[in-house]
Design a protein around this ligand. Sequence first.
Ligand code: DLL
Length: 449
Amino acid sequence: MASSTAPLKGEGSVTFNPVSALDYLPERKLRELQLARLQSIVARAYERVPLYKERMNKKGVEPKDIHSLSDVQLLPFTEKVDLRDTYPFGLFASPMREVVRLHASSGTTGKPIVVAYNQEDLRVWSSVMARSFAACGVDAGDIVQNAYGYGLFTGGLGAHYGAEAIGATVIPISGGNTDRQIMVMKDFGVTVICCTPSYFLHIMERAQELGIDLKSLPLRVGVFGAEPWTEQMRRHIQEHSGIRAYDIYGLSEIIGPGVGIECEEQAGLHIFEDHFLLEIVDPQTGEVLPDGEEGELVLTTLSKLAMPMIRYRTHDITAIIPEPCACGRTIRRIRRIGRRSDDMFIIRGVNVYPSQVEAALLQVEGTLPHYQIVLTREHGLDQMEVQVEVTPEVFSDKVGALEALHKKLSSAIEHTIGLHVKVRLVEPHSIKRSEGKAKRVIDQRDLTH
Ligand code: DLL
């Protein structure tokens, strides 16, 4: 008779081996694997998705023309608007009965974009997320509080299955209800938190108000992503909460979280190159740039079956780090994504990115990392106001301290962006906190005039 602890039929070991050999393949092997997968995914896309076939025919290229990895450059780009134009299911390469999951990402305007997974795609997604957790030192002994939103957003379920795959204990708490997050973190002995960096700031602040010192808890790792954040922000988080904060990157169109992550070196994000082919292109011309140069990240999914993405323009700005990483992984790294080519705004002719403002603010003592940028237009002239919260000590201090701080901030921002802008010091708590992706820029300009 089978013992009661024997696995049931079809039930194997569910625990993923965290040290994935795929992270350490010899360069030549990795490129061979990429090429074989590229050839097969391009053929699949061509045969099954009318938009790809049409575009490739127009460029006079066929799947059989892909002989080397650089032949990817023969292929047409795919853009977010292509997902919108084919809404909801037009880019699917699997019949609906094979599709087992849909996610959607809402844009700022109009209809969301819809993405699809079949069983194999979900397996790949769990495995890249498992490798992501492993890269930042998370393992079966960890208790993971998953505060990414569950639902159509890919963050929740993506992190969930990856953490389960390495055998960690997952708490599927989702985002929001910050007091409960803190109670759970404390009472369940949480060691790993997953959420956006801006939401973690909110958790830190609330914990302090409740008199809970995060440094005294077992919490040791944060897996933060889904929005841009800076090195200065990492430093702030690590210093004030006593954890190691890792940057994780991904996007719904490609798979969700798990396209890349930092390892324990915290020196750039390793991309899981066996599943995602990366290129950096000039955002204006689309021309491929050499390694090390900054440009727009373009990704091709090498194994996604239900919805392959060919040369997808992410609009995320980064660069390939050509040097090998000290951790020994052979999959290459990209620099932290500080900005998108489309989150830039132009003030009086100067290009400004929110991340530049964040970096400048966090250099100055006496402010809190809660800020927003308000754009207005007065008498036809663009105005930019940076609202930043100050610490309660500074706020309750004499006017002198506030004035000195104001001066320091104005000059730090001016120094970084080359423009003199309005700075408004605001009371602690007056800026809306985010539970997911933070909205840093409020554009009140009426651009129709
Ligand atoms: O944000 C997937 C995700 C969930 C990533 C949880 C990491 C953690 P989308 O909602 O489709 O997917 O948004 C994708 O968010 O193109 C970037 O502009 C931005 N983004 C994601 N991760 C980072 C990051 C998820 N680590 C878009 N740094 C991407 C900077 C990021 N920006």
